[in-house]
Design a protein. Sequence first.
Lengths: 141, 402
Amino acid sequence: MKSLEIALKCHKIIGGYGEGEALVSHEPICFYLTDPKTGVVRERSHELAGKNLAGKVLVFPSGKASSVVQIDGLFKLASHNVAPRALIVKDVETVLVVSAFLVKIPLVDKLEKDPLEIIHTGDFVKVNAEKGIVTITKRES
Amino acid sequence: MYLTKEEERILNGEFGEGMRKAIELLVAIGDAYGAEKMIPISRAHAASSGQEGDLYFVELLADGGARCRVPTSTNPVYDIGYFHRLFDSIPEDEAEVARRVMEAYKRVGAILSWSCIPYMAENIPLYGETVAFSESSATPYVNSVIGARTNREAAQSALAAGVIGKTPEYGLLLKENRKGTNLVNVEATLKDEFDYTLLGYYVGKRIGYGIPVVTGITRQPSTEELINFCAMSNVPGAISMFYIPRFTVDASTIEEAFQGDVPKDKITVTDHELKQAYDELQTTSGRIDFVMLGCPHYTLKQVEEVARLLKGKRIHDDVSFWVCTSATTKVLAKRNGYVDIIEKAGGHVVVDTCIDEPCWIAYKDKVGMTDSPKCAYYRRFKEAMVARLQDCIEAAVKGRWG
């Protein structure tokens, strides 16, 4: 079976390269509401509740919550080496930029196509923020 | 984003690693918003917090030789000397983070105000200035009450702007993004600053994210009333700017505030809604272990009011009583005799200190009272009920509420 590979242009916000299995959230993300030691989402009502962010390429609409907790949340994940490998977002704001900048995780937006539609959890995604390219290998079904 | 020759040189590291890191962050933010260029700022306020992410960035800048180019004040952490004399339960690793944060802000040349209301004394923006003020309660005060322009900054982006003396031009720095979004019609009677606390809390909760235009207010709100509105609307919401036409700057009519646009929606606030907000904050009643005031930091007028209410009284032996304020205010409060009255009654007046800090660990299983939903929100205590200052004082003396 041949797997389908799609390359899409994106807009770099924080540079670098990261790859991994995609984890897609249709709800905003607060990094503080995850287990800092494991990366498991603890927010009970969240669609990703119980899922693990560690090592994933996280695809989500936007960040949420106050600057202090959001930044501290991602920082703690990164210091335990359980942060996502890259972030693909639809709507970016200052706090998310600062969060990704501090932990040196590539952050991109403005994908050519709606990332929440084209990327599915389980796809393999390479984020080359430097070159402004996201490559998606669809999960074989 | 267009960069000047000097900005390019900073980005290339010619001015040291600290400044390079600072401008790198500002460029990333500028890119995120599609800003065309950077513009000078006159001052900044970094919402220092004594958390690890905060420590990492300020040490990165300080170790890299960066110094603030414009006056840059700091948010409270905690008065390390004061708290460690009283409590031995504060975890040493957390105390060490606080110590290093405070030391690094000193090295980076910040104004060591350790206050969340720096616009009252230590770092006051002028009308029309472009600034970078983090601290969710300070941002709307600076935008709306003073009429300077700032975005909703994080501690790190504000510090980076203070170090470079510039910020990317985007968001609330541009007039077209400063128009009202939601109309708030106040029919409730607003008697005192606590009613503004309830109003702010309710408006933040209903609107979430936006620029409310508040009508129906019939007299000039006091400084303290405006501080409360700013702080509490950012507990359940994200309100970086608002208008009260005639009483705040830049719009004397509703139409001016909306810049000709139609409001996205309209809410009405009557006494019933304020009562609803109040009832929501009454989580329990009975015996109390503490009373916590000064979130945001109390002004001199508020410290005076505490002293007036406490004069000749004695706080219950089982109740710890705290008033948080700035070092500047405490000097004056001491001079005016207010600190002596509060201390004689059995209370503490403490400087440099935020509620969201590890210094309060002794109270983590305790139940108490505050006049601030923001204080209750931080969850540093088992329970913190919210009520008027007069009720907090009465409960402090009796040892119970309700």
